[in-house]
Design a protein around this ligand. Structure first.
Ligand code: PEP
Ligand code: MN
Length: 268
């Protein structure tokens, strides 16, 4: 058996984008109540169209400060090195989104910036929705070339574009399993972008948990229909609460260290 299997399980939950203080507080309350340690806290959003909400930007920094005051660990996406420096005091994990997986200048500058810190953040590197595993490994190696340990670089499976499923994306759990068996990288599954439909997010989360990946990242929102981005895939807090209550204790029992002993989570 692969030694990585069952080592720990982390849940990362939060909205697609931080929208305002109240929304952030409602999600933070939910995470704290359920002992979810990692929250998505995105203030920079890469969007298909310039007219779409681009994130709160620097206006969101007071919200990041507030979330840190709640003792949450934050997962923050950056699309440029300037954005990294704006949020680096608050981010525990830096997310590189699917569209930026092969933004090599960003990978180099971010790698240098993170490697220069003794307790730098971890990196969640999403596989681009059209990229091969070899291309993902190549992207990850940009960080390793700068001295960042593979244990601090998470492979994030967020689905491949396809022509078969109604949502146009397939979450590739087999590929994620390959990464876990054949590489040193911890694996995080993103069933939200991997299904693009809130009806399928929790069933696929359940599948990822049953496979004992190192973590799952789920988009949740207090009022999914009002979500300014990715509304169709946002899971309500009520539905996620039911899922946590029912699925985690019964399906994973002692494997869920999250609720028993947080010290087994990813360390910094
Ligand atoms: C996200 O996680 O908010 C996101 C934009 O995902 P992806 O880069 O996988 O599309
Ligand atoms: Mn999203």
């Amino acid at each position: 058996m692969n030694p990585k299997r069952g080592e720990f399980l982390q849940i990362i939950a939060g909205p697609c984008a931080l929208e305002d203080f109240n929304q952030a507080k409602e999600v933070a309350d939910f995470c704290v109540k359920n002992n979810i340690k990692y929250m998505r806290a995105q203030v920079f959003k890469p969007r298909t169209r310039p007219q779409s909400f681009q994130g709160l930007g620097t206006k969101g920094i007071p919200i990041l400060q507030y979330l840190k005051s709640r003792s949450l660990k934050l997962v923050c996406e950056v699309c440029s090195i300037d954005q990294y420096y704006l949020i680096s005091d608050y981010a525990d994990i830096i997310q590189i989104g699917a569209r930026n997986m092969q933004n090599f200048e960003l990978l180099k500058s971010l790698g240098d910036a993170i490697a220069s810190k003794t307790m730098g953040p971890k990196i969640l590197l999403k596989r681009g929705f059209g990229n091969t595993i070899d291309e993902w490994l190549g992207a990850a190696s940009y960080f390793e070339a700068r001295g960042i340990s593979s244990k601090k670089i998470y492979y994030c499976e967020r689905g491949t574009r396809n022509f078969a499923s109604p949502s146009g994306v397939t979450l590739d759990l087999a590929l994620a399993e390959y990464v876990r068996q054949e590489t040193p990288y911890p694996v995080i599954i993103d069933p939200s972008h991997g299904t693009k439909d809130s009806r399928y997010v929790l069933p696929l989360t359940r599948a990822a948990m049953a496979m004992d990946f190192e973590g799952v990242m789920i988009e949740i929102h207090p009022r999914p229909k009002e979500s300014v981005s990715d509304a169709h895939q946002a899971v309500s807090l009520e539905d996620f609460q039911v899922f946590i209550n029912e699925v985690i204790p019964t399906h994973l029992k002692d494997k869920v260290v999250l609720f028993k002993d947080q010290s087994h989570g990813p360390s910094h």
